[in-house]
Write a protein that binds this ligand. Structure first.
Ligand code: PLP
Length: 284
């Protein structure tokens, strides 16, 4: 495997960043994960737009032009011979003597890109089975709209899910409303077949997959309302699912001790999952 690190393609096992990289010391950086499907990057434009926004919000300079970055992404995918999998991109504020304020303008942002294959059969199998979710209190900072590498609450929540024999954790705000998953956006389908997902104005990351599913639902003539939903509503829902670039549209069959629907992936989630790539933007 090959990784791109600050201008060089290096063997993955030797790819490293400096001990004084601010991403390492302060989580002072942002990232993107893009699906690779049939050798194509999925929704690259939207991921690059979100990356630019994350960088702008943290006042980190863009490490290179959009065109150059696109080249690096494709080149990393190509060099790793990824047909189906994902590409990971991380930009940090760079390497400087450890001190909280931003370093001077002479410090260049640091950039890392990796890519790896994912077995589509394995992904298909989990899609057919669905996943189980636990709920945990929301304890993240309010700026989760920024895709920052500061993911400790997400890591702890996800581990709690694993320890409970589940696959994902949904954060729940003090009023009982689900915000989102540790690395996914959360959705339910109510008894009337209406899709419900939290608005992406604040309190969650505006998932690219979420955006595509909003468009897909519209195209399919499904009813959709963007509003917060409670854990109690979710437990009673006809269907539930999560969305992300790595899980795509993944049915949820259990929330804590509540079985969703008949304990099998719902028909709407399954149909959206099958149609997802028809609407996602593929380029190469
Ligand atoms: N919410 C969080 C907290 C995430 O980390 C992610 C993706 O990693 C998502 C939602 C889904 O976003 P996307 O569909 O762009 O992958």
């Amino acid at each position: 495997r090959i990784a791109y690190v600050n201008g060089r393609y290096v063997p993955h096992g030797e790819a490293s960043v400096h001990v004084e990289d601010r991403g390492y010391q302060f989580s002072d950086g942002v990232y993107e994960v893009c699906e690779v499907f049939g050798g194509h990057l999925v929704d690259e434009r939207r991921h690059m737009e979100r990356l630019q926004r994350s960088l702008r919000e943290l006042r980190i300079r863009e490490p290179m032009s959009r065109k150059a970055l696109s080249h690096v992404l494709h080149e990393t995918v190509r060099r790793n011979r990824v047909r189906n999998g994902l590409v990971y991109l991380q930009v940090t504020r760079g390497v400087a003597k450890r001190d909280h304020p931003f370093p001077g303008d002479e410090v260049e942002p640091a950039i890392v890109v990796t890519a790896r294959s994912v077995d589509p059969r394995k992904a298909g199998r989990s899609g057919e089975k669905g996943i189980e979710v636990i709920t945990v209190p929301e304890n993240r900072w309010p700026r989760v709209d920024i895709k920052s590498v500061s993911l400790l609450p997400n890591v702890l929540a996800r581990q709690q899910a694993e320890d409970a024999g589940a696959n994902e954790a949904w954060f729940v705000d003090p009023d009982g409303y689900v915000t989102e998953g540790s690395s996914t956006n959360a959705w339910i389908v109510d008894r009337d077949g209406q899709l419900i997902t939290r608005p992406a104005d604040f309190g969650i990351l505006r998932g690219i997959t979420r955006t595509v599913v909003v468009e897909l639902a519209e195209k399919e003539g499904l009813k959709l309302v963007e509003r917060p939903f409670t854990v109690d509503e979710a437990r009673e829902a006809r269907e539930a699912f999560v969305t992300s670039a790595t899980k795509l549209i993944m049915p949820v069959v259990r929330i804590d001790d509540a079985v969703i629907g008949n304990g099998r992936p719902g028909s709407i989630a399954t149909s959206l999952r099958e149609k997802f790539h028809t609407l996602a933007e593929l380029d190469s």
